[in-house]
Design a binder for this molecule. Structure first.
Ligand code: MSP
Length: 637
């Protein structure tokens, strides 16, 4: 049954141009929207810009323009980037629009009538770049704990929101709705914070004027976060009794970065409770991208420009990389060479090659037309399992897991080609029936892969659909099952979907010549990674180990929990994603190489303290082992 689905991104400040972080959140929300649409939901996907506040006012003044001129300029940058990245939002809200102005004032009045807003005096620290009030206790060495800059001391008359009334109610809501704040680690942080006691919140300012006037007292403007959060309601027509508000509120997911979780998971629900409005169903806070381990910032000049990445590699590979490289919810380090590596291995090799070889063989052995459907076989089983798993992972916004599943299917199809060797079958007339089955299975797998990758890579999906001769309406839930390709469909031979790329390091000056020199890296995947020193290598504590115990992780078809002897008093617990290549019983006694100083993590709830090294082989993962007896715990050099 079709369901309404409302998803939002944060609205982005216009004091700065878009960077990779903005692109990340927006792409994630877009992929989810596209997937939900494919599954038949009626989706409302909202993004926009946050245009008020002191930060915007100051930036505009520094540029000698008005805040609204600044907003008009920067908003174009965001809109252009979303177009380039194929973002399919239904609406784009700007907080300077009248519809938003009305909604903010209406919410303010409702909360004030409830008795939850009062006038008082505020004295504390304020960090303008973060638009956040800070208490003495929150400062780190006198500086803002988030951006490290010097906050200002503020004393002013202010309106306060009675946040202190809502702590208990909020804790109860979080407890009763385990999915309300995701991932779970973030929920725990918020619970700790709320348990520490909520203070009333200053929600108006008098020291600048770039904002929405407080109803009934225009000397005050509404605090920028009270203003901004309301965008999620104003885009639905609040406070009017509009069809879209009834259809889409409460929101299904607010996708945000971890930096603004508290505003969304504490302030926002409290405002909504005060206005007797239902709370959003989920707030999903993703991690941060860093560059060479450092926070990106304009002052350091280490900000990754998403437009440049799209121009160099295309929208689809960039979208794919953002969601494949780092599990959504965790932090990750951006590197262009990793993007190039994924482009060449996952897109050009695995996906692109599968399309080229299957369509070329179909032309050669079946006259370019699909044979009669076959309704059994290994690929059918695999495809059906992948469709189910992808659905589960997409519901959890576990994009990288979903993509791993899809690539599991792509790789299974590539192996199937190698095992079945259609070129050999074609030589033997007695094998004509088998050849037809094999080719049908491959074409049907290509079609299912096409549907599954489309939310992530919409342009590639369209291209693939046209190669496969799919008719309009090809991208929908009913067709996401095995056996929907009819006999006799004409299929074209695919041009390479992703011609391999090389990383182009930005032009740099050579000392001797004093002129620009373009440095390029060789194409090979092995050379795609950055050069490192022997000291860099020495930071990895690689050790010889022997597996003492191995057991499957419950409910996972990929993970095995290992106890590995690496010379310590206790064996080391490592969770490895090798269940599709090894049975636990085959592993006990095997020598392995362990990365022993990898930061511990939890996989399907099981702690993993290290990693065993493996390499992609012809039939799945192959563990690295030693060419002779070794003592567990010896360093690998
Ligand atoms: N205007 C507020 C949000 C108001 S929502 C009611 C704001 N804007 S922002 O322009 O600073 O954008 C913040 C968002 O950008 C983060 O929540 C996150 O989604 C994204 N990111 C900014 N830098 C980031 C990284 N380096 N990495 C990943 N995402 C980050 O806060």
């Amino acid at each position: 049954m079709s369901k309404n689905f409302y998803i939002t991104t944060p609205i982005y400040y216009v004091n700065d141009v878009p960077h990779i972080g903005h692109a990340y959140t927006t792409v994630a929300a877009d992929v989810t929207s596209r997937y939900r649409r494919m599954m038949g939901d009626r989706v409302f996907f909202l993004t926009g810009t946050d245009e008020h506040g002191q930060k915007v006012e100051k930036t505009a003044a520094a540029q000698g323009i008005t805040p609204s001129e600044l907003a008009d300029r920067v908003v174009v940058r965001f809109r252009d980037l979303w177009k380039k990245l194929n973002i399919s939002n239904q609406d784009f809200i700007r907080t300077t629009e009248p519809r938003h102005h009305n909604a903010v004032q209406a919410l303010w009045k409702t909360v004030a009538e409830k008795g939850d807003i009062y006038q008082g005096e505020y004295e504390d620290w304020y960090c303008t770049p973060c638009e956040t009030f800070l208490t003495e206790l929150q400062l780190t060495g006198g500086k803002c704990p988030d951006c490290g800059r010097q906050p200002e001391r503020l004393k002013e008359e202010s309106y306060f929101f009675r946040m202190s009334r809502y702590g208990e109610k909020l804790l109860k809501h979080i407890e009763e709705h385990p999915d309300f704040i995701q991932p779970t680690s973030r929920r725990n942080e918020i619970v700790q914070f709320v348990r520490g006691g909520l203070k009333d919140l200053s929600i108006s300012r008098t020291t600048f004027s770039w904002g929405i006037p407080v109803p009934g007292n225009s000397r005050h403007v509404v605090y920028v976060w009270f203003d901004a959060l309301v965008n999620y309601l104003s885009a639905l027509g609040y406070p009017g009794d509009q069809e879209s508000f009834r259809a889409f509120w409460p929101a299904d997911i607010h996708v945000i970065g971890k930096d603004i979780l508290r505003f969304h998971a504490v302030y926002w629900p409290a405002f909504l409770m005060a206005a007797d409005l239902p709370l959003p169903k989920q707030i999903f806070s993703h991690g941060w991208w860093t560059l060479k381990g450092e926070k990106m910032s304009k002052s350091k000049g280490n900000v990754v420009d998403p437009s440049a990445m799209v121009e160099r590699y295309g929208a689809d590979p960039f979208r794919y990389f953002l969601l494949r490289e780092v599990p959504f919810g965790q932090d990750g380090d951006f590197s262009e060479s990793a993007l190039v590596g994924r482009f060449n291995s996952d897109l050009a090799n695995d996906l692109g090659n599968l399309f080229s070889r299957v369509t070329a063989m179909l032309a050669k052995y079946c006259g370019g037309k699909t044979p009669a459907p076959s309704h059994e076989g290994k690929l059918k089983e695999k495809a059906e399992a992948v469709i189910r798993d992808v659905d589960r992972y997409m519901a959890d916004l576990a994009f990288s897991r979903a993509l791993q599943e899809i690539w599991g299917l792509i790789n299974a199809a590539n192996r199937f080609v190698d095992q079945q060797a259609p070129w050999a079958l074609a030589k033997d007339p007695a094998q004509a029936g088998t050849l037809e089955h094999v080719m049908y299975d491959l074409v049907e797998t290509l079609r299912i892969v096409t549907l599954l990758i489309t939310p992530f890579m919409p342009d590639t999906g369209e291209k693939a659909a046209s190669i496969l001769g799919l008719a309009q309406g090809w991208c929908q839930r009913d067709l996401l099952s095995w056996g929907k390709t009819p006999e006799g469909r004409r299929i074209s031979v695919a041009e390479p979907l992703f011609p391999r790329v090389e990383q182009t390091v930005p032009a740099e000056k050579t000392e001797s010549q004093g002129r620009k020199k373009k440095t390029e890296r060789p194409e090979s995947e092995h050379n795609a990674a950055e050069e490192i020193t022997i000291q860099d290598f020495a930071r990895m504590d690689l050790r010889a180990g022997v597996i003492r115990e191995a057991e499957a992780v419950p409910k996972s078809d990929r993970l095995i929990r290992l106890q590995v002897d690496i010379g310590g008093a206790e064996p080391r617990q490592v969770v490895a994603g090798i269940a599709q290549s090894y049975a636990p019983s085959d592993l006990v006694g095997k020598g392995v190489v362990v990365l022993a100083n990898l930061k511990p993590t939890r996989l399907m709830g099981v702690e993993s303290c290290g990693m065993v090294l493996a390499v992609e082989g012809e039939k799945g993962l192959v563990l690295l082992n030693m060419d002779g007896p070794v003592v567990p715990g010896k360093r690998v050099r």
